[in-house]
Design a protein around this ligand. Structure first.
Ligand SMILES: *[C@@H]1O[C@H](CO)[C@@H](O)[C@H](O)[C@H]1NC(C)=O
Ligand SMILES: *[C@@H]1O[C@H](CO)[C@@H](O)[C@H](O)[C@H]1NC(C)=O
Ligand SMILES: *[C@@H]1O[C@H](CO)[C@@H](O)[C@H](O)[C@H]1NC(C)=O
Ligand SMILES: *[C@@H]1O[C@H](CO)[C@@H](O)[C@H](O)[C@H]1NC(C)=O
Ligand SMILES: *[C@@H]1O[C@H](CO)[C@@H](O)[C@H](O)[C@H]1NC(C)=O
Ligand SMILES: *[C@@H]1O[C@H](CO)[C@@H](O)[C@H](O)[C@H]1NC(C)=O
Ligand SMILES: *[C@@H]1O[C@H](CO)[C@@H](O)[C@H](O)[C@H]1NC(C)=O
Ligand SMILES: *[C@@H]1O[C@H](CO)[C@@H](O)[C@H](O)[C@H]1NC(C)=O
Ligand SMILES: *[C@@H]1O[C@H](CO)[C@@H](O)[C@H](O)[C@H]1NC(C)=O
Ligand SMILES: *[C@@H]1O[C@H](CO)[C@@H](O)[C@H](O)[C@H]1NC(C)=O
Ligand SMILES: *[C@@H]1O[C@H](CO)[C@@H](O)[C@H](O)[C@H]1NC(C)=O
Ligand SMILES: *[C@@H]1O[C@H](CO)[C@@H](O)[C@H](O)[C@H]1NC(C)=O
Length: 546
């Protein structure tokens, strides 16, 4: 069932990260990348079931295992390459490929199981529910990791395992070609940046390796759509997402490093990495260690408290201390993403050469008060591009986007992750306070400027409400909040066409009237319209520090 593992000779070029010296050039961070590799691997070692050749589920689901984190761990095993690491990596890879869906007529063909104990997807008892019983993006997550292994560590992978990896990539690419946005509940458009970038890469790379020109052509054609969208304003459609900008940067690095100049991806990848970092650098506040809003898809409201993949990249660029990463990363919200650490670390020595110096500098030192203005476009969801404005000062940042979409909660239709208007400030103990507009409408006019956030629902009416989720205070602040005056660190005043009497509710870990969102507790400040209002719902918030 499992191939006998035959170790190739050790190639020094394959263990670049483990062998890398700390250097002091623009990628003076090889030492930091090595630390990221070691720390993420040490944590995953605790979850590794060597008997099974899989990681246990990182959320400890009664000894169930997990496919995607296992394959990320396997890449880390090859990079570390101590003891029997390489044998274990091959064992994991063989398991994952065996668990790949093999029915060419099913929509999930070539995708990878979520976990090896799962029932057969598509049986009456285990219906195929996209993003639940199967996740179409895992073709890309697992497939690109297998490619990275072949590219970086070919001499550590047995020859017959390499053959099966190629067969697996072929199937994954064919299956991925079944994905068409808007068909069969799928949502893969070129604007769904992170899986779109992975798809184009896997198809072109696999086509080249297997001499399947159709696959190569399909990958290049999809890349063309992604590049066209990007070049409109030099921004990713899935804009400024702590988690998914991190994935897109990973995937654009694959374009840049593993495809030749003759590929559109080899040609455009490096500048897309640079330009993506350029805008992130402008929106980053190194005092708060946060990227200012708006965030199209976020799994938290303060990067110091949830683990973002972007923060792992920042770790390799400026070191762990200066990055938005807790000393114990596995205690942060969304901590399972620490499992992608090995991939970020392996690519860092190359990726970091593409990051503009001004960005690296901004990741270390806040450059001074400034405005940012740009746009991003996610067809078919957006009627027209989203206009983005942000104002950043040393201890207060405000960022927002106007949009007109045909869904509520952004393209992912998820109000828990779509944050179109966000304010963050530093508090006396150095912790971060925040406020975010809860997404309730399809159309918003939003503008950030010096100390101000202006919001309007152009299609709203007297039934509209504005809900702001606001951070709980630091351990030095008040435990109870019933008005803006109780919110620590910020002086907030509100005006507008709303009824200025507001309600305040609490959503807590074990109590209150609402549920936490992405593990974050919050105070819910809600404004309604006066009962007889005929005005357009509008609210304007002014912020000072206190
Ligand atoms: C940065 O990393 C790349 C890739 O590992 C290497 O070729 C280059 O010499 C490094 N540059 C500096 C200044 O350290
Ligand atoms: C970036 O910084 C490095 C090291 O200080 C320097 O050698 C290089 O010229 C700079 N690159 C740019 C584009 O300014
Ligand atoms: C393969 O998938 C098709 C389409 O879902 C289904 O009709 C068929 O029964 C499946 N075949 C097997 C062997 O499961
Ligand atoms: C690839 O798919 C074919 C069916 O088209 C299947 O027979 C084969 O086992 C699959 N290979 C792998 C490695 O899963
Ligand atoms: C692809 O073509 C190249 C050049 O013709 C050849 O060396 C290689 O063996 C071929 N690979 C496969 C998988 O057919
Ligand atoms: C490539 O695509 C063409 C046109 O769609 C088709 O006729 C041909 O069979 C395909 N070749 C392969 C190897 O899939
Ligand atoms: C980083 O350093 C490498 C090697 O010195 C150089 O080729 C590259 O242009 C630099 N990149 C940036 C963004 O400065
Ligand atoms: C963005 O700004 C442009 C130019 O001012 C305007 O035409 C467009 O309607 C705005 N888009 C949104 C979503 O507000
Ligand atoms: C920003 O906050 C820090 C830490 O609380 C404080 O030391 C600094 O003086 C503040 N700067 C400004 C401009 O308010
Ligand atoms: C007010 O807006 C809500 C939500 O869009 C809508 O359901 C309702 O019909 C509107 N009411 C009026 C009187 O237009
Ligand atoms: C609070 O803000 C208001 C206006 O934004 C300002 O007049 C007032 O002085 C501020 N108070 C403090 C304590 O900062
Ligand atoms: C916020 O509070 C309002 C008023 O109590 C409530 O209707 C709404 O569901 C709450 N929203 C969230 C996201 O907790």
């Amino acid at each position: 069932m499992r191939a006998k593992v035959v170790l190739g000779s050790l190639a020094t070029s394959c263990i670049a990260v483990a062998a890398a010296e700390v250097s002091y050039g623009n990628n003076s961070t090889n030492g930091a990348a090595k630390q990221l590799l070691q720390e993420s691997m040490k944590w995953m070692d605790l979850y590794y079931d060597s008997e099974a050749g899989y990681l246990y589920n990182l959320d400890s689901k009664a000894l169930l295992h997990d496919t995607r984190s296992s394959v990320w761990y396997a890449a880390g095993l090859l990079a570390r390459n101590e003891g029997d690491d390489a044998d274990q990596a091959a064992k994991i890879v063989e398991n994952v490929i065996e668990g790949q869906h093999k029915n060419v007529s099913s929509q999930w063909y070539g995708d990878y199981q979520i976990y090896p104990e799962e029932p057969t997807v598509g049986t009456p008892q285990y219906p195929p529910v996209i993003y639940n019983s199967w996740d179409p993006n895992w073709r890309g997550f697992v497939g690109t990791t297998l490619i990275l292994m072949l590219e970086e560590f070919p001499d550590l992978i047995p020859h017959d395992t390499q053959t099966r990896i190629l067969e697996s990539l072929y199937n994954a690419t064919v299956g991925d070609s079944y994905r068409v946005g808007g068909v069969d509940d799928d949502n893969l458009y070129a604007s769904y940046s992170n899986p779109a970038i992975m798809r184009a890469f896997m198809s072109s790379w696999t086509g080249r390796r297997l001499n399947d020109s159709n696959m190569t052509t399909a990958g290049e054609a999809y890349a063309k759509e992604i590049i066209n969208l990007f070049e409109r304003a030099d921004t990713l459609s899935e804009f400024n997402s702590g988690t998914y900008a991190g994935v897109s940067l990973y995937a654009l690095t694959l374009w840049s490093k593993y495809l030749p100049q003759s590929s559109l991806m080899g040609e455009h990848g490096p500048s897309m990495v640079s330009k993506t970092w350029a805008i992130l650098g402008q929106l980053y506040n190194a005092n708060l260690k946060n990227v200012a809003g708006p965030w199209d898809r976020s799994y938290g409201y303060d990067m110091n408290r949830y683990l973002s993949i972007l923060a792992l990249h920042i770790w390799t660029l400026v070191g762990k201390e200066a990055a938005p990463i807790n000393a114990k990363p596995y205690t942060m919200g969304h901590k399972d993403d620490f499992a992608i650490g090995p991939l970020v670390a392996i690519l860092a020595p190359y990726h970091n050469t593409l990051v503009p110096n001004a960005t690296v500098s901004a990741l270390q030192t806040f450059p001074g008060t400034h405005n940012v203005s740009t746009s991003a476009f996610s067809p078919p969801w957006d009627t027209f591009p989203r206009n983005i404005t942000a104002w950043l000062s040393s201890n207060l940042t405000i960022g927002a986007e106007s949009f007109s979409e045909d869904v509520i909660g952004g393209p992912a239709k998820n109000p828990s992750s779509f944050n179109p208007a966000v304010v963050q400030w530093s508090r006396n103990d150095g912790s971060v306070g925040w406020l975010t507009l809860y997404a309730q409408v399809k159309e918003l006019n939003a503008m950030a400027s010096e100390g101000r956030l202006e919001l309007e629902y152009p299609q709203g009416n007297k039934t509209s409400t504005f809900t702001f989720l606001v951070s709980t205070n630091s351990k030095h602040g008040k435990r109870d909040v019933s008005s803006w005056g109780d919110v620590e660190g910020a002086n907030i005043t509100v005006e507008g066409t709303v009824d200025l009497t507001y309600s305040v509710d609490f959503a807590g870990y074990v109590g209150g009237s609402g549920k936490t969102i992405n593990d974050f507790e919050y105070w819910n400040f809600t404004y309604v319209m006066p009962g007889d209002s005929t005005e357009i719902p509008r609210v304007s918030l002014s912020f000072g520090l206190d």
